[in-house]
Design a protein around this ligand. Structure first.
Ligand code: ATP
Ligand code: MG
Length: 667
């Protein structure tokens, strides 16, 4: 294997490693390394075993049907209901009094729903949806604040066999209309409003505006009175015949509702991707395979135990909320903490206060949040009691090693394993992650594929540089390339809604017969996998392929830097030059030499080739609504191009301000 065929040159070296403690290992759900080999020997049989953890009303006749590849089918002929698996069966097993959801509102009150209460709430909503004409096979758009009712509504859809299409409660009317029309939604469930940073977010008004733009398939809008009359909030227009009040309809429904028996391959939901790389795709997930995947991976990766208080800070508008707030943890009868608001309300210690208040034991959050906490400073977590925490997780972007170490030290107090989980909306569940009782971790590395998952690192031309399943052999030298998944897995997407051709083209055409996630990856000398960001983001500098993640991590390694986004920019001599947008920590004073110091730091850390040509200091970086850095917009700014799709942008002002600054700096 020659280095020339590498698609990515590997630069950053990380040598710090962390072993699971003997104490954690001995109690862990998975602590026998043999599981990797067993799964690799016969992945289909292995996944069949996992599916048996669910309650099926009819067993499958075939585990995997690959005759129509890449349109795979799992547990063919099997029947089950996802809501039954997440709620009813726990009540039937005597766990009715166990808290299912602890809902902390932004204003600071909270409510606990047991599994029995959840069953009643979900059944009433299911009956209400039926009363509005929703039938098995229909699509329901859910546009709600991050409350227990949002989770209940998703489960209610699953209960009656309608597919939910959750749209994040921060999206604009255009984005709602686009998703509603694409998915041909019949009913929208929304709320009068929600809280964000002390302000009301007017959800119902957004829905009104979306429908005014033209949503011909919408018949009814169900409005949950989240704010009610408690505020001066103006409810806007009420459309008689279309709008229906939750307190009138839902509260008066019977509190039981039968579960629809679903085929394993019946659609469970459609969810649009975050839009980091372009126009969002309507990803389809079906019932049996998806639930099998998220049920197993929740138990393995989060080591869920009966008395855990599990907190995933994502919103149900993203796949993380689907898989690791609702379907994964709840199918395991976990107690799930749900928080409605922002991390800095009323102050920047809110997350730590929530953990202290509810004695959370597991925290699953995103690198963007961790880097923000680093920017704010350690005084916030330090003044709270975080001793209940026993496991930490990260998802959504590569986590820079320094952010990982900070998370470990200040949040985990050096005694919580960290699971850096790589996956996508498309994969449904976690694919690459440590197992907390088994895996030695390295900051910035998602380590290795989970049992039952097979991967490969390919060159640009599609040659396998190495394959990985079961065990990883340490390579003689680091291998950088493109990630591919080489075998189907149960929670894989079943397609893009309404566009089978785009499904085949996007994921299955780059490499024959292999799934192409679009991410770069490196296997280091010790056999650790590092996800390096999007293949599209990789820079070609003087003949070297350099990943943005490695240069960003070198910048974040400097004590003054909170966050960095790196892009390649046309350069006369080098082909591409490196341009970095950098956010400095709150308590650091910027001086005239700061930029030169940062450039030099990257040069020392990973080599002169990666030294940035330009560094632009900025208070904020452009991010998606889910908090991911949008490098493609930075590229547009740097190349002086018109901006691409900006509908999934968190705060459009950030890009406008950056463009002005970039032009003013004359970079
Ligand atoms: P779009 O597909 O619309 O461009 P998106 O890819 O950001 O948006 P998601 O499905 O939410 O939408 O994100 C999946 C992507 O997030 C992965 O392909 C990967 O690039 C990144 N990612 C997620 N988790 C990790 C992780 N632990 N380490 C590195 N990257 C990660
Ligand atoms: Mg993607």
């Amino acid at each position: 294997m020659s280095t020339e065929s590498q698609t990515i040159n590997t630069l950053l070296e990380e040598s710090r490693t962390y072993e699971p403690s003997a104490e954690f290992r001995s109690q862990a759900n998975l602590n026998d390394p043999l599981i990797y080999a067993t799964a690799a020997e016969d992945p289909v049989a292995f996944w069949e075993e996992q599916a048996k953890q669910l309650s099926w009303t009819q067993p499958w006749s075939q585990v995997l049907d690959d005759s129509g590849a890449p349109f795979f089918r799992w547990f063919v002929g099997g029947k089950l209901n996802a809501c039954y698996n997440c709620v009813d069966r726990h009540v039937e097993a005597g766990l009715g009094e166990k808290p299912a959801i602890i809902c902390e509102t932004e204003p600071g009150d909270h409510r606990i729903y047991t599994y029995s209460e959840t069953l009643v709430e979900v059944s009433k909503i299911a009956n209400a949806l039926k009363a509005l004409g929703v039938k098995k096979g229909d699509r329901v758009c859910v546009y709600m604040p991050m409350t227990a009712e949002l989770c209940f509504t998703m489960l209610a859809c699953a209960r009656i066999g309608a597919a939910h299409n959750v749209v994040f409660g921060g999206f604009s009317p255009d984005s709602i209309a686009e998703r509603v029309n694409d998915a041909e939604v019949k009913v929208i469930v929304t709320a009068d409003g929600g809280w964000r940073r002390g302000k009301v977010i007017e959800l119902k008004r957004m829905v009104d505006e979306a429908i005014e733009l033209g949503c011909p398939t919408i018949e009814k809008v169900l409005v949950y009175e989240r704010l009610g009359d408690a505020t001066q909030y103006n409810k806007g227009t009420w459309y008689e015949g279309r709008d229906v009040s939750w307190s009138d309809l839902v509260e008066n429904q019977p509190d039981s509702c039968p579960c629809e028996e679903m085929e394993s391959e019946d659609l469970l939901f459609i969810l649009y991707t975050s839009g980091s790389t372009g126009k969002p795709k309507g990803i389809m997930h079906t019932t049996g395979g998806y639930l099998t995947g998220v049920n197993a991976t929740s138990r393995w990766v989060f080591d869920l135990k009966p008395d855990d208080i599990y907190w995933c800070t994502a919103d149900c508008g993203w796949v993380t909320g689907h898989s690791y707030i609702v379907y994964g943890p709840m199918s395991n009868a976990a107690t799930v903490l749900v928080y409605e608001g922002s991390p800095d309300f009323p102050d920047k210690d809110r997350f730590w206060r929530v953990i202290e208040k509810h004695r959370a034991t597991i925290l699953y959050t995103a690198p963007t949040a961790i880097r923000t906490f680093m920017k704010w400073g350690t005084q916030y977590p330090e003044q709270c009691d975080l001793s209940s925490l026993r496991l930490l997780g990260s998802v959504g972007e590569p986590i820079n090693p320094e952010a990982w170490v900070w998370y470990h030290k200040y949040i985990g107090r050096k005694n919580c394993p960290i699971v850096d989980t790589w996956w996508q909306t498309e994969t449904g569940g976690i694919m690459i992650s440590p197992l907390p009782g088994l895996t030695t971790t390295k900051p910035g590395s998602a380590t290795r594929p989970l049992p039952g998952i097979s991967a490969a690192i390919l060159s640009e031309e599609g040659h396998a540089l190495t394959t990985i399943s079961g065990s990883i052999d340490k390579p003689e030298e680091p291998i950088g390339g493109i990630l591919a998944l080489t075998k189907p897995w149960p929670s894989m997407l079943r397609g893009i809604w309404g566009d089978p051709e785009r499904y085949v083209n996007t994921y299955w055409s780059r490499f024959d017969g292999l799934y192409f996630p679009g991410d770069g990856v490196k296997l280091d000398e010790d056999g650790f996998l590092f996800l390096l960001g999007r293949v599209d983001d990789i820079m070609l500098v003087a003949g070297h392929n350099i990943s943005t993640m490695e240069v960003e991590s070198a910048l974040v390694d400097h004590p003054a830097v909170a966050e960095a986004a790196v892009i390649g920019k046309t350069h006369e001599i080098k082909g591409q030059g490196i341009c970095a947008f950098v956010t400095i920590k709150s308590d650091v004073q910027v001086t005239e030499s700061t930029i030169d110091e940062l450039k030099a730091h990257v040069g020392i850390k990973i080599g002169p080739i990666a030294r940035p040509d330009d560094i632009i200091l900025t208070a904020e970086l452009p991010k998606t609504r889910s908090g991911k850095i949008m490098r493609r917009l930075l590229r547009d700014i740097a190349e002086g191009r018109e901006l691409g799709d900006t509908t999934t942008l968190g705060d459009p002002n950030v890009v406008a301000a950056l463009r002005d600054k970039y032009e003013a700096d004359g970079a």
